[in-house]
Design a protein around this ligand. Structure first.
Ligand SMILES: [Zn+2]
Length: 344
């Protein structure tokens, strides 16, 4: 039995020293120390010996095992070092690296990040409200009369579910303005929120898609006036489109603001001189206005003490206005054609 253990040790060590790579070293390890390895089986054999002989063989077996393990460890170090130096010789550090296949953020996601960042700098907090909302938040609380055309099935997507007595039917939020009264109901004044979200309407042509994104600003505080609105618009237009761009407001009508305005920005293609793309030098960006007293009341705010302004613009729309002629069909943004998307 003595000779067996010494033989196993010598055989193992010679194999270990001959191993030329880590793989054959691992094979040698299994051959001797694995479940049915030579040493493992020999150790099992000890239990068949008479009891008085067992301790001596146990000690011997242990010594052999340690010797094999030490040899394995030494050889592994040598082989790892060898592999490293071979690899280094193969690598030409002056070669350009392999460019990993990285995706890039979707054009709309990039625009949302940029818009959020611009408004964050002047203290607007980004807020999110449900995509499926109640008619109450989408229309009633915003001063829409019962028979307003926006509530028509042809304008808004309604959810097939039982209506709620106070809240009415459920809708796919048709605009980010649904967040206005929700924000007021938090009962924290002053308000300076930016709600960027998906909106849904029954529409589809070169400049409209059934799903689109809006960003909505709402400011409510004491003594808020049109001057604050105009200053905020100018700041956004110059930050997003460029210092040379100008904004203007035109009277308009919306249910939830009074007075209401359409906001225009000078055309980036002709710089305001007038071209094929614009109307005499100006492009329409979207709506804005001073919050209607009825909307403040719906949010539990006293219109005698507080006032506010709001604006809501399409993310895709401002994106198209920034990109100019490169983006003449809004539907391209959602057709998932990588040849188009990878350009940005
Ligand atoms: Zn133009």
């Amino acid at each position: 039995m003595d000779e067996d253990f010494i033989g196993i040790k010598n055989a193992a060590i010679s194999f270990i020293l001959e191993a030329e790579d880590l793989k054959s070293l691992e094979e040698t390890k299994l051959q001797f120390l694995g479940k049915s390895g030579k040493l493992t089986l020999a150790i099992k054999g000890i239990t068949k010996l008479p009891v008085e002989k067992r301790p001596a063989f146990g000690i011997l077996a242990n010594e052999v095992k340690n010797a094999i393990e030490n040899a394995l460890e030494q050889q592994e170090k040598i082989l790892s070092q060898k592999r490293k130096s071979v690899l280094l010789k193969k690598i030409d550090v002056t070669n350009p690296g392999n460019k990993p296949l990285l995706g890039n953020l979707h054009l709309v996601t990039q625009a949302i990040e940029e818009i959020s960042e611009i408004f964050k700098r002047i203290g607007f907090a980004r807020i999110r409200y449900p995509e499926i909302d109640w008619d109450y938040y989408a229309f009633t609380s915003l001063n829409f009369p019962e028979n307003h055309p926006a509530r028509d099935d042809w304008e808004t997507f309604f959810i097939k579910a039982d209506p709620d007595k106070k809240m009415g039917r459920q809708v796919l939020s048709p605009h980010t303005s649904s967040g206005q009264v929700r924000e007021m109901e938090k009962n924290k004044l002053p308000i300076k929120m930016l709600n960027i979200a998906k909106c849904y309407r029954r529409q589809s042509d070169v400049s409209h898609t059934p799903m689109f994104h809006q960003f909505e600003g709402l400011v409510v505080d004491k003594n808020i006036s049109i001057t604050h609105l105009k200053g905020t618009l100018d700041y956004f237009v110059k930050s997003y489109f460029g210092k040379e761009r100008k904004s203007r407001i035109r009277p308009y009508h919306f249910q939830f603001t009074e007075p209401s305005f359409e906001v225009d920005v000078t055309c980036g293609v002709c710089n305001g001189y007038g071209c094929r793309l614009c109307k005499a030098g100006w492009l329409e960006m979207g709506g804005a206005g001073i919050v209607h007293p009825n909307v403040l009341k719906a949010g539990g705010i006293d219109p005698q003490k507080y006032s506010g302004f709001a604006f809501g613009w399409g993310v895709e729309r401002v994106l198209m206005m920034k990109q100019g002629l490169e983006l003449d069909d809004l539907r391209l943004l959602y057709s998932n054609d990588l040849r188009f998307l990878e350009q940005f």
